[in-house]
Ligand binder design. Structure first.
Ligand SMILES: Cc1cc2nc3c(=O)[nH]c(=O)nc-3n(C[C@H](O)[C@H](O)[C@H](O)COP(=O)(O)OP(=O)(O)OC[C@H]3O[C@@H](n4cnc5c(N)ncnc54)[C@H](O)[C@@H]3O)c2cc1C
Length: 397
C-alpha cells in the first residue's frame, strides 16, 4: 500500500466520524475515513435508542425506514419500589423516541459522508500518529498486512470509547472506574416488552447500575444492563445481574436471545481539552456521552457537525493550529457542556442516595404533571413534597 496524502483523516466510521467527514467534505476538504472493522456498524454495540425530531434535522440525518425499527411515546423510569415516572418523548432527552437498527444507521451515515465527497477505507487501523515539530501531521495505518503513512493537516479521533488517538496525542481522556459504565445486553425475541416506552429500571441504586428495555416491536427488545465499573466485584457480574433480572420477570424469561452485546461507555464529566495542534477528538473519544443514560449517538453527531464545519473553515484558510480548532471546542461546549455537567452531577448524587430517597423522588415526580423536565422544576416538586431531601440535593441547585 502506497503512502497517502489528504487534508483530513478521520479515524473511526461510527456516527461521530462519518458526520464529521460529511461536513468537512461538504466544505471542500479532501477527507479520508479509516475504519478498523471489516463492516461498518457491525457488530452492534448499542441499545439502539435515540430521540426523534429536531436534532436529526440539525445534523442532516434524514429519518429512514431502512434503520427506524420502532417508535415509542417516551421513557418510563422505574424506581426500586416499582414507582414509575412516565416522560413524554418531547422532554425525555436525546435517547428515546426511536429504536433503530444501528448497523444500518451507521452504514447510511457513511453513505452520506461518501456522497458528500469523503473517501473511506475499511479494515484499516490507525496504529500511531505522525508528528513534526510538536504538530500532528497524519497517522500511521495498517491495512491487512501492509503498513503505510497517511499525511493530513488534521487528524480526527472518532475512535470511540477505547480511543487511542487522544492518548497518542497526549490529550487526557483517562476515566476513573466510577466514570465507566460496563454494559451487557441481549436482543430478545418472543417476549412482552411495553411497546410504547423505552424503560429504565433502577432496582438497587447502590449497585450503581440500571436495566434498560428498548422495544423493537411488540415481541422483541434490547434488554440490557449497565453498571459502574467501581461497583463490579467479580468477572461476569453485569451479565449475572441481567440474567437474574430476566429470570425474575416472566414477560422476558420465556424469550430467546438472537444477539449478545458487551461494551462500555463513559459516564464522566466533560474532559478538559478536545483539540491540539492538527488534531481534534469527537464523540465517545471526546467523552461526549450523556452521563445519566450512557447515550452518546445524538451528542456525538451534534459535536461532529460542528467539528466538520470548523475543519472546513480551517482547510479553507490553511490554519490547522490548536488555536483555530478551539472554535470546535467552544462550539460543542456551548451546545452540550452544561447538560453534560448537570447530568454527571445528578448521576453522582443519585448513586449516593439510598433506594428510599430514589423511591420518593420518582413517586413525587410521577404524581405531578411537569411539562418540562428541567432541574428547577424537579427541585420545586421535591422541595414541596420532600423538603428533607433538599439538603442532600443542594449541590445540584
Ligand atoms: C451496550 C451499549 C449500549 C448503548 N446504547 C446506546 C443507546 O441506546 N443510545 C445511544 O445514544 N447510545 C448508546 N450507547 C453509546 C453509543 O453506542 C456511542 O455513544 C456511539 O457509538 C458513539 O459513536 P462514536 O462514533 O463516537 O463511536 P463508535 O460508534 O464507537 O465508533 C468508533 C469507530 O472507530 C473504530 N476504531 C476504533 N479504533 C480504531 C483505529 N485505531 N483505527 C480505525 N478505526 C478505529 C471502531 O471500530 C468504531 O467503528 C451504547 C453503548 C453501549 C456499549
Amino acid at each position: 500500500m502506497k503512502d497517502l496524502n489528504v487534508d483530513v483523516v478521520v479515524v473511526g466510521a461510527g456516527p461521530a466520524g462519518t458526520i464529521t467527514a460529511k461536513y468537512a467534505a461538504k466544505s471542500g476538504a479532501r477527507v479520508l475515513i479509516i475504519e478498523k472493522r471489516q463492516e461498518i456498524g457491525s457488530p452492534v454495540r448499542c441499545g439502539e435508542g435515540i430521540a426523534g425530531g429536531r436534532w436529526l434535522d440539525d445534523v442532516g440525518i434524514r429519518e429512514s425506514d431502512k434503520w427506524l425499527t420502532h417508535r415509542v411515546k417516551g421513557a418510563k423510569i422505574v424506581s426500586p419500589d416499582g414507582s414509575t415516572l412516565i416522560i413524554d418523548e418531547k422532554i425525555a432527552g436525546k435517547e428515546v423516541g426511536m429504536v433503530i437498527e444501528r448497523d444500518i444507521f451507521d452504514k447510511e451515515l457513511a453513505r452520506d459522508a461518501i456522497m458528500a465527497g469523503a473517501d473511506i477505507m475499511i479494515k484499516t487501523s490507525a496504529i500511531g500518529l505522525l508528528n513534526k515539530d510538536k504538530r500532528i501531521i497524519g497517522v500511521r495505518a495498517k491495512h491487512m498486512d501492509s503498513k503505510f503513512n497517511i499525511s493530513a493537516n488534521i487528524v480526527v479521533g472518532a475512535d470511540g470509547f477505547e480511543s487511542q488517538v487522544g492518548r497518542w496525542a497526549q490529550i487526557d481522556t483517562t476515566l476513573a472506574p466510577k466514570d465507566i459504565s460496563t454494559c451487557f445486553q441481549y436482543r430478545m425475541i418472543d417476549i412482552e416488552p411495553d411497546p410504547d416506552y423505552c424503560e429504565f429500571i433502577i432496582e438497587d441504586v447502590l449497585k450503581g447500575g440500571y436495566i434498560w428495555v428498548f422495544p423493537k416491536g411488540k415481541d422483541e427488545a434490547n434488554v440490557g444492563c449497565g453498571m459502574q465499573l467501581n461497583k463490579i466485584k467479580e468477572k461476569g457480574a453485569v451479565r449475572a445481574y441481567l440474567d437474574d433480572f430476566i429470570k425474575r420477570h416472566p414477560q422476558y424469561s420465556s424469550g430467546k436471545t438472537i444477539e449478545m452485546v458487551a461494551g462500555a461507555v463513559s459516564v464522566s464529566a466533560p474532559i478538559e481539552r478536545t483539540v491540539g495542534e492538527g488534531i481534534l477528538l469527537v464523540g465517545d473519544a471526546a467523552r461526549q456521552v450523556n452521563p445519566m443514560t450512557g447515550g452518546g449517538i445524538a451528542n456525538g453527531c451534534i459535536a461532529a457537525k460542528i467539528a466538520g464545519e470548523v475543519i472546513g473553515e480551517a482547510v479553507a484558510v490553511g490554519d490547522f493550529s490548536a488555536e483555530f480548532l478551539a472554535k470546535y471546542e467552544k462550539g460543542w461546549r456551548k451546545k452540550l457542556e452544561d447538560s453534560l455537567y448537570l447530568n454527571w452531577a445528578a448521576r453522582e448524587k443519585l448513586t449516593t442516595l439510598g433506594n428510599e430517597a430514589i423511591n420518593k423522588i420518582i413517586k413525587s415526580l410521577s404524581e405531578v404533571k411537569i411539562d418540562q423536565l428541567s432541574t428547577l422544576k424537579i427541585i420545586k416538586v421535591i422541595s414541596d413534597r420532600h423538603p428533607e431531601l433538599l439538603e442532600e440535593l443542594s449541590d445540584l441547585i
